[in-house]
Design a protein around this ligand. Structure first.
Ligand SMILES: [Mg+2]
Length: 412
C-alpha cells in the first residue's frame, strides 16, 4: 500500500549572515582600519574578544578568547572597544532592507537572517532574487554579507559558512548530501566542543562518516541529539522559518491582593522581575531590544511605556532601563493594582554583545549565578533589593523548552 506516500514539499530557504559584523561596522566608521588585523571586545587585559578580523585568524585568534591571549598571539592587531548601540543600529538598518523584500523573515541573531522564498521560483527566479537582495544590502550599507541558498535552514546555513567571506553559494535540490559529505563534522550546526570530542574519539572526522552510519548508532552514542545530528549530516531539516513579528516576547506581571502606593516595594518587585526575565533570556540564548513597563491603577486604568534599547540580556543593563521607565510612568500617590514588565524584539544571541563594558570577572559572575539558578531554581540567587518580593512565578524556558545554552560563543 504505497499509494499514500508522504508528500514532500520542497522549500526554498535563504540564509544571510553579515561577515565579521562588529569588525565590518568598525571599518565602515573608520576606513583606515580596512585590511588591518582588528580585535573588537573588552579592551582591558581581562576583556574578551567579541569579534576578530580574518587577518587575525591565521594567528590562531578566535572570538570568545581572552583579549590578553589574543594580543599576545597577534601583537600588531588594533584593539577596539565595541559598542552595542552602534551594532544594534546597523543590524536594524539591514533588517529593514531585507524585511521589505521577503515574505517571511526570521532574524536569528543580530547579524543573521533566514527567509522562506518557497513558491517564488516561477515568478522571479528565487536565487537571482536573493543575489540581488545581497547586492542591495552591500551597496546600501557598505557591509559585507554572505548568503546560502538551499532547500532547508541547516543546509543554507552551512552553505553560507562555506561561501564566506563576502560571497554566496547555492545548493541544488538533491545535492545536499554530496555537498555536506567532505566537510568536517564541526561544520554541522549543533556540533559543539563536547559532541565534537565524543565523535572524534570514535574516529569520526567527516560528515560522510555520519551519513554512512546507521541512525541508531548515533542515537546510542549521543542520545536524542544523535538523531538530530544524523539528520543534519544527511541534509534533512524541516524546521520552519519563523516570521519576525511572530517571535514571542516574554513578560511577567503581578496583581496585588491589596492595591499599594509603596513605591519602594514596587521598585523592588520590578528589579526581581527584571532579574528573572533576563535570566530567562540568557537561558534561552536570547537578547532583547525593547523593554516595557505596565501599571494598572485601582480604577483599572492601565498605562504602559516602552523603550528601544541596544540588544542585551544583562541584568545590570536592563534594571536601570526598567526603573527609568517606571519613574516616567508612575503617577505618584495613585493606588497600584498591577505592575508588569515585557521584553520584546528578541533575537538569538549571547552576552558577547555586552562584552565591551564587561570583563571576564563580570561574565564569570553571570555564569556562576546562572549555574546556581539552573541547578536550584530561578529564585535561588537574587539581588538583595529583590528579596522582599516573594513570588515572581517559576517559569519554564519560554522559548523552546531546551536546556540552557549559557555562554555558547557565537561563531561568525
Ligand atoms: Mg556573522
Amino acid at each position: 500500500m504505497e499509494l499514500f506516500q508522504k508528500k514532500v514539499r520542497l522549500r526554498t530557504i535563504l540564509h544571510l549572515d553579515l561577515d565579521t559584523f562588529y569588525v565590518s561596522v568598525e571599518r565602515l566608521i573608520d576606513s583606515s582600519l580596512q585590511q588591518k588585523p582588528l580585535l573588537v571586545g573588552g579592551i582591558s587585559d581581562r576583556g574578551v574578544v567579541a569579534a576578530c578580523s580574518y587577518e587575525t585568524r591565521t594567528f590562531g585568534v578566535h572570538s570568545g578568547m581572552s583579549m590578553k591571549i589574543a594580543k599576545e598571539l597577534c601583537p600588531e592587531a588594533t584593539v577596539i572597544k565595541g559598542n552595542a548601540g552602534t551594532y544594534s543600529k546597523y543590524s536594524d538598518i539591514v533588517t529593514e532592507i531585507i524585511k521589505e523584500k521577503v515574505p517571511v523573515l526570521e532574524k536569528s541573531s543580530i547579524d543573521e537572517f533566514y527567509a522562506d522564498l518557497s513558491g517564488m521560483d516561477k515568478f522571479f527566479g528565487a536565487y537571482k532574487y536573493a543575489s540581488e537582495l545581497r547586492q542591495k544590502i552591500i551597496s546600501e550599507t557598505g557591509l559585507p554579507i554572505s548568503l546560502g541558498f538551499a532547500q532547508n535552514k541547516v543546509v543554507s546555513k552551512v552553505a553560507t559558512n562555506e561561501a564566506k567571506p563576502n560571497n554566496q553559494l547555492k545548493i541544488d535540490f538533491g545535492k545536499e548530501k554530496p555537498f555536506l559529505a567532505p566537510l568536517s563534522i564541526k561544520k554541522i550546526p549543533m556540533v559543539g566542543d563536547k559532541t565534537f570530542q565524543t565523535l572524534r574519539n570514535l574516529g569520526v572526522r567527516q560528515v560522510k562518516t555520519i551519513q554512512d552510519m546507521p541512525v541508531d548508532v548515533m542515537q546510542r552514542v549521543l542520545g536524542a541529539n544523535g538523531l538530530t545530528i544524523w539528520k543534519r549530516a544527511n541534509g534533512i531539516d524541516d524546521t520552519p522559518v519563523i516570521g519576525f513579528s511572530e517571535r514571542k516576547s516574554i513578560s511577567t506581571e503581578r496583581t496585588f491582593d491589596r492595591d499599594t502606593i509603596d513605591v519602594h516595594k514596587l521598585r523592588n518587585i520590578l528589579v526581581a522581575m527584571t532579574e528573572n526575565l533576563s535570566y530567562q533570556l540568557r537561558r534561552g540564548n536570547k537578547l532583547c531590544a525593547c523593554v516595557a513597563v505596565k501599571i494598572r491603577y485601582s480604577d483599572f486604568n492601565t498605562y504602559s511605556k516602552q523603550l528601544k534599547i541596544p540588544y542585551t540580556s544583562a541584568d545590570h543593563v536592563l534594571i536601570p532601563k526598567i526603573l527609568g521607565l517606571f519613574e516616567k510612568l508612575y503617577q505618584k500617590r495613585l493606588l497600584v493594582r498591577l505592575i508588569g514588565i515585557r521584553f520584546s524584539h528578541l533575537v538569538t544571541g549571547n552576552y558577547q554583545i555586552n562584552l565591551f563594558e564587561d570583563n571576564e570577572k563580570q561574565l564569570n559572575l553571570y555564569k556562576a549565578l546562572d549555574h546556581i539558578r539552573n541547578q536550584y531554581g530561578d529564585r535561588s540567587v537574587i539581588r538583595a533589593v529583590a528579596m522582599g518580593s516573594k513570588t515572581i512565578g517559576r517559569m519554564q524556558n519560554p522559548f523552546n523548552g531546551q536546556p540552557p545554552i549559557v555562554l555558547a560563543h557565537r561563531k561568525q
